[in-house]
Ligand binder design. Structure first.
Ligand SMILES: NC(=O)c1ccc[n+]([C@@H]2O[C@H](COP(=O)([O-])OP(=O)(O)OC[C@H]3O[C@@H](n4cnc5c(N)ncnc54)[C@H](OP(=O)(O)O)[C@@H]3O)[C@@H](O)[C@H]2O)c1
Length: 324
């Protein structure tokens, strides 16, 4: 599958070595607003075609999947351009600024029969099913609470604190905690409570989110742009608990009984980087003529965006693009 990278920034550079290592992916084209930047990217990773604008790349009939890797603030515009050109899309998280944009992308893609998926990588990993299977096996008894955290020291990164780029912890890292809870505890939610501390620039810097499920379970999530957290996701039951190492890119799962004896260990480190699974699934889905990725259908993406809209309403956080 010939891939076209849209935006030659930080994540594209992080993902490129994985694309190079995947036999089913051809590192075909890269586009940037700056031709020399695209050229430097192509030289570094061996991409064949170089474009000095995104649109030029979208006009190339050979591109089979566009990887949208621009800031969240621009995903909607760039995905709509892809859809205009009939190009299949894998778009970085957070999928859009808000649920309204996500719904519009979903509808426009469906109308044109264009494939679209969100690059929220843990959803596509084999570890996802193993974690859920272990949880449902009864080994920790009845799952009761879930805690997950993801914090990085990124408050100095301009994109993260700039409202115009939809900065803040929520759309950048909070989306992982939320996906972890939704993947393993589901979506039958009674209510969500949260607390936030805003940055001087007016985006969310740190937050805690408590999800109350209708059946009595609870998930507690924390995210911050000021600290490095242990990134653990822990599911607690009445017979024990299970610890996922790094909800951002799960490396292992350990299962314990109520006396803290380790009962089982699952190693997830046998991967290129973890980025490969989402690209592999897109290639497979496209070959099968699908318009969505089975691991992250558009309805799930829209659910996550609605969830995050709800938190922002609690905090009064409105991005400049959303202001009338
Ligand atoms: N999955 C992951 O592990 C992971 C990690 C980091 C980030 N991400 C996601 O990837 C996306 C990009 O993040 P990033 O850290 O790669 O961001 P970044 O380096 O700041 O920006 C990515 C690229 O977007 C393009 N761009 C287009 N319009 C822009 C504008 N108005 N301002 C700034 N850049 C613009 C630029 O490419 P050109 O100059 O080449 O046109 C820029 O290099 C975000 O949605 C983020 O959540 C995912």
């Amino acid at each position: 599958m010939k891939i076209g990278v849209l935006g030659a920034g930080n994540i594209s550079r992080m993902v490129a070595p994985t694309l190079v290592a995947m036999p089913q992916i051809e590192c075909y084209a890269v586009s940037s607003r700056d031709l020399s930047k695209a050229q430097a990217f192509a030289d570094a990773f061996g991409f064949e075609k170089v474009y000095g604008s995104y649109e030029e790349m979208l006009r190339d009939p050979a591109v089979e999947l566009v990887y949208v890797a621009t800031p969240h603030s621009h995903h909607y515009e760039h995905m709509m351009q892809c859809i205009d050109y009939g190009k299949p899309i894998l778009c970085e998280k957070a999928f859009t600024l808000n649920a309204d944009q996500a719904r519009k992308v979903k509808t426009a893609a469906a109308e044109k029969g264009v494939f679209v998926a969100e690059a929220i990588w843990p959803r596509y990993m084999p570890s996802r099913k193993i974690i859920s299977d272990v949880m449902n096996s009864g080994v920790i008894g009845r799952p009761d609470t879930l805690t997950a955290n993801l914090s990085y020291v990124i408050s100095g990164v301009p994109r993260i604190v700039t409202p115009e780029l939809a900065g803040g912890a929520l759309l950048d890292i909070g989306v992982y905690g939320i996906n972890f809870a939704l993947m393993h505890f589901g979506t039958d939610i009674e209510r969500v409570e949260s607390s936030v501390r805003m940055t001087d620039t007016g985006v969310d810097g740190m937050e805690s989110v408590t999800v109350f499920y209708r059946d009595g379970r609870m998930a507690v999530l924390t995210h911050s742009i000021y600290a490095r957290s242990d990134r653990k996701g822990i599911i607690h039951g009445d017979k024990g608990y299970m610890v996922v190492e790094n909800i951002n890119n799960p490396q292992s799962l350990r299962v314990y009984d109520t006396d803290d004896n380790e009962l089982a260990f699952y190693d997830f480190s046998d991967q290129i980087s973890g980025y490969e699974f989402q690209f592999a699934e897109c290639a497979e889905a496209l070959a099968a003529g699908k318009t969505e990725a089975p691991s992250m259908p558009m309805d799930d993406t829209v659910f996550v965006m609605d969830f995050m809209d709800g938190l922002r309403r609690q905090w009064g956080l409105v991005y400049p693009q959303e202001q009338e």
